[in-house]
Design a protein around this ligand. Structure first.
Ligand code: BGC
Length: 509
């Protein structure tokens, strides 16, 4: 006789529920679907993840250079970004790949320490400036729009030594650096992302070492990241907007938290507010400031724990005003959906005080959403629900999908899982657009395999595979590159499209 334990039963119910949701809420249409006129497609990378040349031509050490050089090494295989995908030397090939795909834009980041080796604007490194000028000019030669992230994880180590993102002065260090970038590149760069993923920046235990001070350091960091962003936005408005006429915003990582049952709706909302609400609310809500739930919960817990004041730092009224509305668009990176609940099993689960203890929810990924060769889960309805919530709760801001993609531990270029992921996520995005979400662009993460932070080179997100063993870092298009290329060419999502990999991608141009 077949017996099913309660855990398995719960998982089965969740899966049935997920299937029901996905079919109920996403259009079942398998007809090709057109993207709106003017919709832009691109792909993205970041400096530390692809450039290599970590100590070349005057570049100084970033926190990731520092941490990956620790002895004993901290990552499996002792991976570092010392060479990464070697893009410092291979940027022309990178632009060629953008042309092969037919990208409208490419989102890359500037390495702070390549431009300002001291971390401060006292000395601009000419070689760093030249590298980004060359990359930008090469893209513009082929009508590919450069979109630039100013900060993507790689703080100057010198600034880390004096507190990094926990030091209130960091908002001036960052906005001084932003001014230099606007001055150097703003004549040609019209899309700026100040900071990639504040949440990960502040909770990046690995590189920042804030782990032991969770519930304190991560909140200080969150406040300073927001003020830094606000100052950079203000600088652009006051000093550059009139002459450069660009767009400036921030990139938030936003997951979807699905309540496990009706009892867990509040828990799922708390998770969303602690995870991405802490950054979207200060910028995009009508009131500004951190979400109320964070302010109340952390103040109460701090008092119970014997702290004389809340561990969540306060914004001054001037800071609230500086940050509120400080974005021309809302940049969203979306990767995961989690099931979320809260019950008595949470007591004592998290260290106290800590961010997770304050958030006070349990999240998990049902086994059946996982597959062995990937950490990604294909839950497009989570993406749809996230986009719908942002439209409804934050006044339908112009939204840029600044990252979305599928990772794989598997080698090889036939990446059917990734193709199917892109199909279903683009479909979910089209559903949100058809219901009124003001989504203007989509960015596939990533143009090529690269250094995937804590998992080094094991985890691959590339539309192009990078050969790390030949010494030449050849880039080879995967099936997903052919698929994406077709979307760009036709401006249509055709779920039934089967890429023909026998034709070299360059000949399709
Ligand atoms: C980051 C990328 C990273 C990607 C996949 C995003 O959180 O911005 O740098 O590679 O996720 O993990």
């Amino acid at each position: 006789m077949l017996t099913i334990d309660i855990g398995t039963m719960r998982n089965l119910l969740l899966i049935l529920c997920a299937i029901a949701l996905s079919t109920a809420e996403l259009q079942e249409d398998t007809q090709p679907r057109k993207f709106p006129d003017g919709f832009l497609f691109g792909s993205a990378t970041s400096a530390y993840q692809i450039e290599g040349a970590w100590n070349v031509d005057g570049k100084s050490e970033s926190i990731w250079d520092h941490i990956t050089h620790r002895i004993p090494c901290v990552l499996s295989n002792c991976d570092t970004g010392d060479v990464a995908a070697n893009s410092y030397y291979l940027y022309k090939r990178d632009v060629e790949m953008m042309r092969e795909l037919g990208l409208d834009f490419y989102r890359f980041s500037i390495s702070w320490t390549r431009i300002l080796p001291t971390g401060f604007p006292d000395k601009i490194n000419e070689a760093g400036k030249n590298y980004y000028n060359n990359l930008i000019d090469e893209m513009l030669k082929y009508n590919i729009t450069p979109m630039v992230t100013l900060y993507h994880g790689d703080l100057p180590q010198k600034l880390q030594q004096i507190g990094g993102w926990t030091n209130p002065e960091v908002s001036n260090w960052f906005s001084d650096y932003a001014r230099v970038a606007f001055e150097l590149f703003g004549d040609r760069v019209k899309y700026w992302f100040t900071i990639n993923e504040p949440k990960e920046t502040c909770n990046q235990d690995f590189a920042t070492g804030f782990k032991d001070l969770s519930g304190i350091a991560d909140y200080l960091c969150a406040k300073h990241v927001l003020v830094a962003h606000g100052k950079a936005y203000e600088i652009y408005n006051n000093e550059f907007r009139a002459s450069q006429n660009g767009n400036v915003g921030i990139v938030l990582s936003a997951m979807w938290y699905e309540p496990e049952s009706d009892k867990d709706i509040e828990a799922a909302e708390d998770a969303a507010m602690f995870e991405w609400g802490q950054f979207i609310h200060p910028i995009f809500s009508e009131t500004g400031d951190f979400p109320n739930i964070m302010k109340e919960r952390i103040a109460n817990r701090s008092a119970e724990q014997g702290f004389p004041s809340s561990r969540l730092p306060k914004f001054s009224p001037e800071e609230v005003a500086l940050v509120k509305g400080s974005a021309d668009f809302c940049g969203l990176n979306h990767y995961y959906t989690f099931i979320t609940y809260r019950n008595e099993s949470i007591n004592g689960l998290y260290e106290s005080p800590s961010y997770h203890d304050d958030m006070n929810v349990i999240t998990y990924t049902p086994n059946d959403w996982k597959n062995t060769e990937s950490a990604s889960t294909n839950v497009p309805w989570g993406f749809y629900k996230l986009l719908t919530k942002i439209r409804n709760d934050y006044g339908n801001p112009p939204t840029y999908i600044t990252e979305n993609g599928f990772d794989s531990m598997a080698d090889g270029i036939v990446d059917d899982n990734r193709v199917s992921y892109y199909k279903s996520y683009l479909n979910a995005m089209l559903d949100a657009i058809s219901e009124g979400s003001d989504i203007r662009l989509y960015t596939a993460w990533s143009l090529m395999d690269n250094f995937e932070w804590g998992t080094g080179y094991k985890s691959k997100y590339g539309l192009y595979e990078v050969n790390y063993t030949s010494g030449k870092f050849e880039r080879v298009p995967r099936k997903s590159a052919y698929f994406y290329r077709n979307v760009l060419k036709t401006r249509v999502l055709d779920i039934n499209f089967e890429p023909d990999m026998s034709v070299p991608i360059c000949e399709e141009n």
